[in-house]
Write a protein that binds this ligand. Structure first.
Ligand code: ADP
Ligand code: MG
Ligand code: ZN
Length: 521
């Protein structure tokens, strides 16, 4: 790109950060934002020579994203997104994020990168700015055709990055920018990405290496094997492997531990810093495959497996900490997004932890099916009550308010989810329990939110009922205009294949693009 200096003075002494920009009025910015922008200019002074930083457009745990304007050599002004990574990020992690963008980005609905600034441990990734809408704001007004195109373009981005052996690991609408009017799409945020065995992104290999080298740790005996499923506990014991805790990097937090040791979980810290007394652990116990957790199991060290991402979008193999995770985990997340868009509920699964997320998945996909799939990838899941698999069309249409629910109550997370207890066991027999009361409906947004027709029950007067009734009818008319009366079976068939509980049989992004739902595209 060709940039010419815009703001030569940079930060002025009066704290105004956007002062001497040629031809620009001084923006009125709130104090906090002003402080943040000032901080960024101070941390990376080179930025001031090129950009007028206008606003903050994203704030996460690992970065802050700003909108910056630059004047190009030909006189045009262009907008850029400036992603300032938290200084505690692991250097390899930062470099890997950048490499994903440079190698795979800039085409096939994957965001490209323009430039990168660094001063000491402050890194700013400069990308073309793409105006976009938040799904949560537009989900209620999307047409079926818009949803179909959205998923098609997301799958295209996934096929592309998967070809490079990149597993994104954090596929969700916030990371897939969508400009509704210009029909533009861009996958962003490779901050949690990992490489497959044969990844073409060299730095992802380094990350994988960092993560995979097993190192003996005092007081730990973790079994960390995955496939094929063992039939006896003896086989489980035979697969014993020692796994170090996340000493160098915690993939779930992206933090660099040497720079932020205090941020690491106490357990990982103590085991990596000083030898602990060895705790005697037997590999089997009598609570195996029951819904109890015995004391032996309570004292076991947790299995270490990548678990990054957002609970509601995590695949079953991620939730159960299967160590062999591939590109299929991104496909699952795309399935959750499609489920959300077809049902008009965002977020669909709203879980505060992995076992609640797993219970919610079972409520939709069936507990028997989940248990069977988990067995296929070497995990034992116990659910105290059978949850039947739901028909996806019925589920989505009910949530859209197009069908009355069986008991005229919010349906998809039925009674069963209220008092069923889920136990998930790793192969090392480390169980974790899902407390039943926490799986109740209010945690599950796909159904936890009140449906429009559901609200009627609280009102008793005839007029109110009439008004509500007609508003429900007019809502249905509007929905029909947006194509929700003729959602083809193919949409639910694709959804079913994206949400295949077993990663080994789950459809790939490349296959999904060949699905009959997209024949005309
Ligand atoms: P984080 O790792 O903190 O989640 P992201 O890369 O996902 O950072 O960026 C956070 C948010 O910033 C995005 O959800 C999006 O709203 C905005 N953003 C990121 N990149 C761009 C871009 N190139 N153009 C416009 N907005 C962007
Ligand atoms: Mg993000
Ligand atoms: Zn036990």
């Amino acid at each position: 790109m060709e940039l010419s200096p815009l703001c030569t003075e940079g930060i002025s002494t009066d704290g105004c950060v956007v002062k001497s920009v040629r031809g620009h009025r001084k923006s009125k910015v709130p104090r906090d934002l002003e402080i943040d922008i000032e901080f960024l200019y101070k941390a990376v002074p080179q930025l001031a020579k090129v950009f007028r930083i206008i606003d903050k457009i994203g704030e996460g745990t690992f970065s802050s994203v700003y909108l910056g304007e630059a004047q190009m050599r030909d006189g045009r002004r262009e907008m850029f997104a400036l992603k300032h990574l938290i200084p505690t990020s692991h250097p390899t992690r930062i470099a890997a994020e950048l490499q994903c963008l440079t190698v795979a980005g800039g085409r096939e609905n994957v965001m490209g990168v323009t430039y990168c600034f660094r001063k000491e441990d402050h890194v700013v990734i400069v990308m073309p700015y793409m105006e976009h809408q938040a799904i949560v704001d537009i989900i209620g007004s999307l047409s079926f055709e818009e949803v179909r195109l959205y998923i098609y373009h997301l799958l295209k981005a996934l096929r592309h990055i998967h070809q490079f052996g990149i597993i994104h690991r954090d596929i969700k609408p916030n990371n897939f920018l969508y400009n509704r009017s210009s029909k533009m799409y861009a996958l962003v945020d490779f901050g949690l990405a990992q490489g497959t065995e044969e990844t073409q992104i060299e730095l992802l290999k380094d990350l994988t290496g960092l993560r995979k080298v097993p190192r003996p740790v005092f007081g730990e005996r973790n079994l960390n094997s995955c496939t094929p499923a063992p039939s006896t506990t003896k086989q489980v014991a035979a697969k014993t492997e020692l796994v170090k805790p996340s000493k160098t990097e915690d993939p779930a937090t992206r933090r660099y531990s040497s720079a932020s040791r205090s941020l690491l979980p106490v357990r990982a810290q103590s085991s990596s810093q000083k030898p602990q007394r060895t705790v005697q652990q037997s590999l089997t116990c009598n609570c195996y495959l029951t819904d109890r957790v015995c004391n032996v199991c309570m004292s076991r060290k947790q299995q270490v497996a990548p678990r990054a991402g957002t609970p509601g979008f995590r695949a079953p193999e991620v939730l159960t900490k299967c160590p062999n995770q591939g590109t299929a985990i991104d496909v699952w997340s795309a399935g959750v997004i499609l489920l959300s868009l077809l049902s008009g509920r965002y977020p669909f699964f709203k879980a505060s932890d992995d076992l609640i997320a797993l219970t919610q998945i079972m409520t939709i996909r069936g507990s028997r099916e989940t248990i069977q799939a988990a067995k296929a990838f070497g995990k034992a899941v116990v659910c105290s009550r059978e949850l039947p698999r739901q028909d996806l069309r019925t589920l989505c249409e009910t949530l859209r308010g197009r069908r009355p629910s069986p008991d005229d109550e919010v349906p998809p997370f039925p009674e069963a989810s209220k008092d069923s207890t889920v136990t998930h066991r790793h192969k090392d027999n480390t169980p974790t329990h899902c407390p039943s009361e926490r799986t109740s409906k209010q945690h599950i947004n796909g159904a936890g939110q009140t449906l429009p027709n559901h609200q009627e029950h609280s009102e008793s007067s005839e007029t109110t009922r009439y008004v509500k009734q007609s508003s429900v009818t007019s809502r249905k008319v509007e929905e029909d205009e947006r194509g929700w009366d003729k959602v083809p079976d193919e949409a639910y068939d694709l959804l079913d294949q994206l949400l295949d509980l077993n990663p080994a049989t789950r459809i790939t992004a490349a296959q999904a693009l060949q699905h009959p739902l997209f024949t005309d595209l």
